[in-house]
Design a protein around this ligand. Structure first.
Ligand SMILES: [Zn+2]
Length: 338
């Protein structure tokens, strides 16, 4: 990027003749090749191996450590709660210098197995190369008591935090501290990358807030608590869950109950994440005459979501397309609403 900006400065700043241009071109080419050699030596020296549990953390790592080799164990089309500890994942973890996961027990069913089988001491604990995003923020919906009858609940609070832009920024800061601890030689590069990310992210938050004004107070039915932070941020109310209990698929009895609720006229859409089963949502959609909205759960969850910024824009576009003009709360509920 630095090379690019220099390049632009020279070409945009002066009007030059053809021979001069050629001379400059040669000089420039030399400068570029020297810079490339320097960058290359720095990259090979600094290249960290980063393993992430979910694609949102691979995307965040790409922002904060662009020179690192980054691998995500799951895609946005996979359920991050349920992953097979495949040999290929074990091999990737064996080579990792840093492992980044959501934490709060989201990966409790598979991460410990990967850690054990990969036997990589570098990423065994959070005082070394293991980073849990939820340890650096306040999670929503912590439970004081958990028992098996409640289903597959998130007792340590909701781990799906990446749709809260402020919390994600806090995670980015903590992750930068971790990166500088692991790879001190490149500490200034990591701090620079964080600064750039912070600036672009803060500016985007401003845009997103303007774009989502109409979503405040809208009601939806959704699958799991996947978008809890998104709804919390935008003032959307999840009236009901397609899951009868966390981790359980919708039953016909539960769907019948939801249908009764859905036909009251105040719900704008049924929301499912890119990896979730749409059958229950479609059943309800047909009978309650409500749109089903499939939101990308993470980067790569649809064509537009190529990085964290585009993921947010895509989700906002989709929500606006079917929810912005849906019925608002009725009068009595508006009085009590915040
Ligand atoms: Zn979950």
């Amino acid at each position: 990027m630095r090379i690019n900006s220099k390049f632009n400065f020279v070409w945009n700043g002066f009007k030059i003749s053809k021979p001069q241009m050629r001379a400059r071109h040669i000089k420039m080419a030399k400068a570029v090749s020297i810079s490339c050699a320097l960058l290359f030596s720095q990259f090979t020296y600094a290249q960290l191996n980063i393993f992430t549990c979910e694609p949102e953390y691979a995307a965040l790592a790409k922002e904060l450590a662009p020179q690192a080799k980054i691998y995500s164990a799951t895609t946005a089309l996979q359920d991050p709660h349920l992953v097979q500890a495949r040999p290929s994942l074990i091999a990737k973890m064996r080579r990792a210098d840093l492992v980044i996961c959501a934490g709060a027990d989201l990966e409790v069913g598979w991460l410990p197995m990967l850690q054990m089988k990969s036997a990589n001491a570098k990423v065994r604990s959070t005082d070394k190369g293991l980073f849990f995003a939820t340890e650096h923020i306040d999670t929503l919906d912590k439970l004081t008591q958990v028992d098996r009858s409640m289903g597959d609940v998130h007792g340590l609070g909701n781990p799906h935090l990446h749709f809260d832009p402020q919390r994600l920024l806090t995670v980015a800061q903590a992750l930068t501290v971790k990166l500088t601890n692991i790879d001190d030689d490149n500490a200034s590069e990591y701090r620079q990358a964080l600064k750039s990310f912070q600036q672009r992210w803060q500016t985007s938050i401003g845009h997103w807030q303007l774009l989502t004004e109409k979503l405040d107070g809208k009601k939806v039915i959704a699958y799991h608590s996947s978008f809890r932070y998104l709804f919390n941020w935008l003032g959307i109310e999840q009236i009901a869950d397609l899951e009868p209990k966390p981790g359980l698929p919708p039953t016909s009895r539960h769907l019948a109950k939801l249908l009764k609720r859905a036909t009251q006229g105040d719900i704008g859409a049924i929301i499912v994440a890119s990896y979730q089963d749409e059958r229950g949502a479609n059943w309800l959609s047909e009978r309650a005459n409500l749109p089903v909205l499939v939101l990308p759960m993470s980067v790569g969850g649809n064509e537009k979501s190529t990085d964290l910024f585009e993921l947010y824009y895509s989700v906002i576009d989709l929500l606006n397309s079917s929810l912005a003009n849906s019925p608002l709360l009725d009068q009595s509920q508006q009085v009590g609403a915040k």
